[in-house]
Design a binder for this molecule. Structure first.
Ligand code: ADP
Ligand code: MG
Length: 305
């Protein structure tokens, strides 16, 4: 049965409302006005093959990704760039081919999570650098799960890097780069209306399930997941709201340590400590078997300033 124009308008308006405010402001008027593009499968396929692809609207450009409006209301296309590299000096340096690998890796983790019943924004990969995702109203938080001390928590609490934590610790950081993404408490989140107590319970449950899944997958290929960060967003299904995992799961959002080759003590007879994974994008993709076969990728990423 065809969707009534009134219902479609309502759905589009709702989809627009779910968008993070900085995205909503930049929303193309086609969606904001409640006009869908691609009402049929035929029209939708045109979107990917012809004119639409060239004419589609950019919604947001961040450090690592570009968001375009999707073919349906409530969807977005994520384009993975080569910039915005994890732990790079200078920050935001590009690594050749990183976007291609991150697109595959995020697809791999997100579809794995979907398969075990952890809801994510991932719908399907479209091509080498792009994937179709559900548009979500992103909470202004970075949710960090830590299994081993490193980085911020080591500095803040004076815990040596590499120390196993007594249990996974979930932290929240306010997503505002000008402020340096400061750590915030649940109190701030509730007081400023970013989420309520139920959201916080849901976020912790979600974050811990993602942690178990990712830790297990990484362990299977000889990698320790020291910590990672997530973004979560709201989506509505009918009148029900739920939180889903959004943004990306890639080496740019995970701290990964190599566990391979640690068995033999080093020359001084000391046991080796796990260190960062060298050539992390390629190596992770290789170990997980998600290296795209038709890409000629340098084994050593070239740093481009
Ligand atoms: P940034 O430089 O802000 O980290 P990125 O280059 O990572 O940006 O681009 C991704 C942007 O898209 C982020 O602001 C993120 O919050 C947003 N985003 C990710 N997934 C979704 C989604 N499913 N719906 C809406 N916004 C999303
Ligand atoms: Mg980002």
């Amino acid at each position: 049965m065809p969707i009534k124009a009134r219902d479609r308008k309502r759905n589009d308006a709702r989809a627009a409302w779910h968008l993070h405010p900085h995205l909503r402001r930049m929303l193309p008027c086609r969606i904001a006005r409640g006009k869908s593009i691609g009402g049929s499968w035929a029209a939708r396929s045109v979107y990917y093959t012809g004119d639409f692809m060239a004419r589609r609207k950019k919604v947001y450009e961040g450090k690592a990704k570009i968001l375009y409006e999707g073919p349906e209301p409530g969807t977005l296309i994520q384009y993975f760039k080569d910039d915005g590299t994890a732990g790079a000096t200078p920050p935001n340096a590009a690594v050749d081919g990183k976007g291609v690998l991150n697109n595959r890796l995020s697809e791999f983790f997100m579809s794995g999570l979907n398969a075990v019943g952890v809801p994510t924004h991932f719908i399907r990969r479209l091509n080498m650098r792009e994937q179709l995702v559900r548009m979500a109203e992103i909470m202004p938080l970075e949710i960090v799960v830590r299994n081993f001390a490193a980085g911020d928590i080591s500095r803040r609490l004076g815990i040596p890097e590499g120390t196993p934590l007594p249990r996974p610790i979930v932290e929240y950081y306010f997503k505002d780069e000008k402020l340096g993404n400061p750590l915030v408490a649940e109190e701030h989140i509730v007081a400023f209306g970013w989420g309520n107590q139920q959201d916080l319970d849901d976020i912790i449950a979600l974050a811990l399930r993602v942690n178990d899944f990712l830790s297990g997958v990484m362990m299977g290929v000889g990698i320790r997941l020291a910590d990672f960060r997530l973004e979560v967003g709201r989506v509505w299904e009918g009148d029900f709201m739920r939180l889903i995992v959004a943004d990306e799961i890639t080496p740019d959002s995970c701290r990964l340590w190599d566990l391979r080759g640690l068995e033999a003590p080093d020359r001084e007879g000391l046991t080796r400590e796990p260190g960062p994974l060298a050539d992390v994008y390629t190596e992770l993709a290789r170990r997980l078997g998600v290296l795209p076969s038709n890409v000629t990728h340098t084994t050593k990423p070239t740093l481009i300033n």
